[in-house]
Design a protein around this ligand. Sequence first.
Ligand SMILES: NC(=O)c1ccc[n+]([C@@H]2O[C@H](COP(=O)([O-])OP(=O)(O)OC[C@H]3O[C@@H](n4cnc5c(N)ncnc54)[C@H](O)[C@@H]3O)[C@@H](O)[C@H]2O)c1
Length: 254
Amino acid sequence: MSDNLVPNPRVAVVTGGASGLGLAAARRLLSDGMRVALWDCSKDGLHRAAEQLDGGENVLVCQTDVGDVSSIEHAADRTRGVLGDADTVLAAAGIAGHVLPYVEYPLDGWHEVLRINLTGVHLTCRALVPAMIKRGWGRVITVSSMAGKEGNPRQIAYASAKAGIMGFTKSLGKELARTGVLVNGIAPTLVQSPMVDEADLLDREAMDALRAKIPMGRLGRPEEFAALAAWLASPECSFTTGMTFDLSGGRATY
Ligand SMILES: NC(=O)c1ccc[n+]([C@@H]2O[C@H](COP(=O)([O-])OP(=O)(O)OC[C@H]3O[C@@H](n4cnc5c(N)ncnc54)[C@H](O)[C@@H]3O)[C@@H](O)[C@H]2O)c1
């Protein structure tokens, strides 16, 4: 893909950008010179994130529910109007949902995890990808999980949604392979974040078992996630699409 198609200035949408991995990636993309729109459902989180990022007019915050079509369309219109068309999207918004035996897992909990974690990725891409195709350049980065690759006992909805995101990434990547829009994903194992802190409080034993599976013997750092996201967003990532990359300290090697 010719370099002269790379937009200038560059505009990224980061869903789930108010916290954890999304916020770390937003910070990195901003320091790489991009304008960044944070789409997140947490008003307070967005307020804090904007203060921390201190990016002035290069940062836009949109309170958004990624699982709701009209909320997404409103955020897309606002982002386009204020920052310009997005050439990059990092779809990091997600919830862990219940940690319960399969037979006790409530149906409304299943629907909510699928709505936010999987349908949310689709709705986000549906709103932003058409303009990328038209322009002939774009980068889509999804966030699944080692849970989607290997399965997590007692997290049936989360693991299913995350496996779905990998299928979404493969399919859209192949479909758009000749358009200049590359679609790749990141499948982290445990990376230090508020989601992990919360999971620790809920079930320390299960979390310790997950930690023990990481050959490097430590959790990932948000900056390590951000560095991979920054490369996937860059023109240097040019011959890879449909791929989900591990960020797992050696846990997954296939
Ligand atoms: N941290 C990890 O160890 C880890 C491991 C594997 C995968 N992941 C994935 O990485 C992504 C980020 O996780 P994190 O650890 O930074 O969690 P986090 O809880 O710190 O951040 C998630 C963000 O998503 C937002 N969000 C939740 N529901 C939303 C909705 N309906 N619409 C818009 N925003 C919504 C939250 O407000 C929050 O700001 C998630 O998709 C998660 O599943 C994280």
